[in-house]
Design a protein around this ligand. Sequence first.
Ligand code: PMP
Length: 324
Amino acid sequence: MSAPPVDSVLETVGRTPLVSLQAAPDSVPVYAKLESFNPGASVKDRIGKYMLERMLERGDVSPGGTVIEPTAGNTGIGIAVAAGQLDLDAVFVVPERFSVEKQQLMAALGAEVINTPTSEGMGGAIDRAHELAEELDDSVVPQQFANPLNTEAHYETTAPEVYGALEGEVGAVVAGCGTAGTLMGLARYAREQDPGTYIGAVEPEGSLYATTKGAESEEGEYKTEGIGTHDPATNELFEPELVDDVLQVGDRETHDELKRLASEEGHLVASSAGAASVAAVRVAERIAAGELEVPYDSVVTVFPDSSERYLSKGIYREFEEWED
Ligand code: PMP
């Protein structure tokens, strides 16, 4: 049965499909939540809608005001979709290294895009966003890296959708961490349902979330986009105590997997989904081998966005030609 018509694209955010992966072991299914089915084609539509609605309710900003956000892109698109429908202007501060497709989409949605040098990293973008907010009346910086509404959006929407679809039978949650809002929202909900649920945080090799669990990690560059951190202290939402393990996946394995997901399973997903898939299947194999004790023999992961957004970076070319 098809869904009845709705009045605004905002009402189509969420309720994304959950699809089992063919690469999983037979005894332990791995389910991927396909977030490219959102109207702005990524998981970040959820926080765009949720954060702006709550901030308007609280009076942090009023209709006609401005939202300013430092963002790698997907959050900008998610916020821009919501801002347009909620009568807010949107300005995004984006480090140059992030994909041009995302910046074009933000502009198409009516937002202003300001670039900061890649060398200043996300920190430079965050500082510039706060400077702009000082200059503009009735403006607000949601700051997804530090805003509890980010985690709450996933606790309130993503997690109940997953648990509803699987009738609560979730043994492990394994997802990539950028801001960590997605995983933390899922993890908090999961631990309330069953404290024994395994929680795996996924990052690229070269990222430093692993150090928060006392593991060694050599800082380095990576091509995988949207997850990982060079300074866990700036990722204020990440709660190490909610995480069993930080699982690292190298760029090459991620790249092989995102190509395999397309050619064998029909998933046009990007690098953070490739990494999540590798890690989730590894966890399922450990469960299947009896190495991990979990309340149910199942693993849930999240595929945050689509590969179409990264074609200009050669995501489907040979590994060496894939640009970061
Ligand atoms: N994948 C992609 C492509 C993203 O843009 C993001 C957000 N930075 C993530 C994964 C990670 O999501 P979160 O910020 O909720 O940890």
